[in-house]
Design a protein around this ligand. Structure first.
Ligand code: ZN
Length: 215
């Protein structure tokens, strides 16, 4: 959803300029703005296929958005009622990372302005705790390996803004998890490892929870 927001901002639409103001101030965009952003993409994805799963990253961020998502899913799936669990969402995966590690990693994050590929200049090693989060560096500093584009920090990865986003996150994450937990769809996963370890671990957790064969 973050990428959809950045694309909307880059496109310079009215929705985009509203989103930009929130990104620069480090505040979360209002629920109905996010829902308007998501709606056409969700309906399009559902039209393409009703037999595949859709992964949402960064949405819903609070209970009101979770409730709006249920309405969107009912519309997209053409299903009058929620599933027997009381939600049309099959899985909510909570990725857990110690705050100090998250802040350090956010400070080192760089994104290619050309293709969007992510890099990270911060290396974290705490072998006693089994934490291994290596830097992801391009072969040439500041230049994307994939497309030769320039690497830049995201405006909302500034430490002050990340700290504020975290406060917002903790305030609302509890309420949204409380809303999904009784429906039996919440799973937790620690992500204090390198991306090549975490990626397969996330896929495995999703497959296990949805009773799908591991790829
Ligand atoms: Zn690139």
């Amino acid at each position: 959803v973050g990428d959809l927001m950045r694309a909307e901002i880059a496109a310079g639409t009215r929705l985009g300029s509203e989103l930009r103001a929130h990104a620069e101030a480090g505040t979360l965009a209002p629920n109905d703005v996010i829902t308007s952003l998501l709606r056409p993409h969700l309906l399009q994805a559902a039209r393409r296929s009703t037999s595949t799963y859709l992964v949402l990253d960064g949405y819903p961020r609070n209970k009101a958005q979770a409730q709006q998502l249920e309405l969107l899913l009912v519309e997209a799936l053409g299903r009058p009622n929620a599933a027997p669990t009381g939600t049309n969402v099959d899985l909510v995966l909570e990725l857990q990372l110690r705050t100090d590690l998250l802040l350090r990693k956010a400070a080192g994050r760089q994104v290619c302005t050309g293709c969007g590929r992510g890099y990270n200049t911060v290396h974290i090693e705490e072998s006693l705790r089994g934490i291994h989060m290596p830097a992801i560096l391009p072969s040439q500093p500041g230049v994307c390996d994939q497309c030769g584009g320039t690497l830049a920090s995201r405006v909302d990865d500034h430490p002050d803004i990340v700290a504020r986003r975290l406060i917002d996150y903790h305030r609302v994450a509890g309420s949204i998890l409380d809303w999904y937990r009784p429906k039996g769809v919440v799973r937790q996963l620690g992500v204090e490892a390198s991306t090549d370890v975490c990626g397969p671990r996330i896929i495995e957790a999703v497959c296990r929870a949805l009773c799908l064969p591991s790829p």
